[in-house]
Design a protein around this ligand. Structure first.
Ligand code: BES
Ligand code: MN
Ligand code: ZN
Length: 499
């Protein structure tokens, strides 16, 4: 883990392998966005920038020799793009620029970051982005290449270094980055290694390291006996049985009327589609079909480490969707926890089926609000593209989740659940069918989930696209698992704790 500290040193005098400053796009070229750098140095770089192809665009990271005027060896320029109308840069822009820089500093022992960090929000964003960018998944590499290790230490330069708020921001950023990295690690883990039982073990191990988390695991036999028909049906095609992990956190000094919040995560450790088998190309990324459960697990650890004043229970719905000899058949009718029946028309619409058990169980346990998060539909990506998650549900909770995502810097957009689409998931034989037409696919899935939450305030996040980066790295995001959802969920819970 990258070591992070704050200091109020002058960037000219700071000794580090690399000094990072920001660039911005202006109407007539590039501007260096850094106080305290020698004016001649700034003028020199700004003058030569066009010839070096430096534009100040977002995600542009360039290294130039630091020259004799600085104590650092290299000067790293990270782009912020254009200034907002009020002349500032929003926190997510700073987060991304800091992360893009640390991402390019692999193999470097020490770096100093001199980015705009003149108020608490800016500082928090820089610190968080720097840590989020310093991530690498190398578990399966047989030779560890030091040149690819995340940057060893980062010193963030700010005039706020000695403030109490700054200290808290650094602490929170460390907790957040650990949680996001833990979620990414789980998503990136190979599915021959990470299956329901080992995921449950990972949850137990994670809970051991922090105070206040309790974990109980229901195995395949207990699930079948307990009436969890969704997890049982989806899991029965695999030799590796399903699990339901319940994880609870209660604050140390719980107010008697403390709110009780449930988080439900989809944890399909591999989704072949089952008997409704996916084509091979669509299967390649399906180890990531547990990203919702991974985000929930990461969030729970963060909640406990930060000691938030809310009571939270997590439900990790874990199964492997395989087409084994005992797999469910299209047209099977199953009974979800709580008694509602589902006609399984398509075994590839398995996420909503395991989530139904989790949601019904969370509602039965009497929570004030339920948030679920799932890589639920390909239709999410058709509607919103690869970066933006959809959020649906009770209007007020949906909007609260959207606001939390905005504050946290995650892309989320509200989608409707029109009653008019309800006939799409009507079954000829059971209470509800698990799939409908392709049109409105994300909403059909949301409406299906709503069947199992009755009137508990609820929101559903579909993170199919944004949970897994199939392309190149960008901002603080590496290829593979992104940890999408952790920051939104945590910010939502912090908001609930503060009200
Ligand atoms: N896990 C998939 C959704 C998914 C697709 C996530 C691509 C990430 C990337 C889900 O289980 C699924 O297969 N959904 C089907 C539902 C359909 C059969 C109604 C889909 O979206 O095609
Ligand atoms: Mn599926
Ligand atoms: Zn799935």
């Amino acid at each position: 883990m990258t070591d992070l500290s704050l200091s109020s040193k002058n960037p000219i005098a700071v000794r580090a392998d690399a000094l990072v400053v920001a660039t911005a796009k202006t109407s007539d070229g590039v501007a260096i966005v850094a106080d305290h750098l020698p004016a001649e140095l700034v003028t020199e770089i700004e003058a030569i920038a066009p010839q070096l192809g430096i534009t100040g665009a977002r995600d542009e990271v360039r290294k130039v020799p630091a020259g004799p005027r600085l104590k650092a060896d290299v000067l790293v320029l990270t782009g912020l793009g254009e200034r907002a109308e009020d002349g500032t840069f929003d926190p997510e822009t700073l987060r991304r620029a800091a992360g893009a820089a640390t991402r390019e500093l692999s193999g470097v022992a020490s770096a100093a970051l001199s980015l705009p960090a003149t108020d608490d929000a800016e500082l928090a964003a820089v610190v968080e982005g720097a840590l989020l960018g310093a991530y690498r998944f190398d578990r399966y590499r047989s030779n560890d290449d030091a040149a690819e290790e995340p940057v060893g230490s980062v010193e963030v330069l700010t005039t706020l270094a000695r403030g109490a708020k700054a200290k808290l921001a650094v602490e929170r950023a460390g907790v957040v980055a650990d949680a996001v990295h833990a979620a990414r690690d789980l998503v990136n883990a190979a599915p021959n290694e990470l299956y329901p039982a080992t995921f449950a073990d990972a949850a137990k191990a994670a809970a051991k390291d922090v105070k206040g988390l309790k974990v109980t695991v229901l195995d395949d036999k207990q699930l079948a006996a307990g009436g969890y028909g969704g997890l049982t049906a989806v899991g029965q095609g695999s030799s590796r049985g399903p699990r339901l992990v319940k994880m609870s956190y209660a604050p140390a000094k719980a107010a008697k009327d403390a709110e009780r919040i449930a988080l439900v995560g989809k944890g399909i450790t591999f989704d072949t589609g089952g008997i409704s088998l996916k084509p091979s190309a669509s299967m390649e990324t399906m180890k990531s079909d547990m990203a919702g459960a991974a985000a929930v697990l990461g969030t729970m650890v963060a909640v406990a480490r930060l000691g938030l004043p809310v009571a939270v229970t997590a439900y990790l719905c874990l199964a492997e969707n395989m087409p084994g000899g005992n797999a469910q058949r299209p047209s099977d009718v199953i009974t979800i926890y709580g008694g509602k029946t589902v006609e399984v028309l398509n075994t590839d619409a398995e996420g909503r089926v395991v989530m139904a058990d989790g949601l019904a169980s969370a509602v039965e346990d009497g929570h004030d609000v339920v948030i679920d998060i799932a890589t639920l539909t390909g239709a999410q990506m058709i509607a919103l593209g690869p970066y933006t998650a959809g959020v649906m549900g009770t209007e007020s909770v949906r909007d609260e989740v959207k606001a939390a995502a905005d504050a946290a810097g995650e892309l989320v957009w509200p989608m409707p659940l029109p009653e008019e689409l309800r006939p799409n998931i009507k079954s000829k034989v059971a209470d509800v069918a698990n799939s409908g037409p392709r049109t409105g696919g994300m909403l059909n899935a949301g409406l299906f989930l709503r069947t199992f939450v009755s009137d508990t305030p609820w929101a559903h996040l579909d993170i199919a696209g944004p949970s897994f980066n199939e392309k190149g790295a960008h901002g603080y995001t590496a290829p593979g698992g992104t940890g999408m959802g952790v920051r939104t969920l945590l910010t939502f819970l912090e908001g609930r704790g503060a009200r």
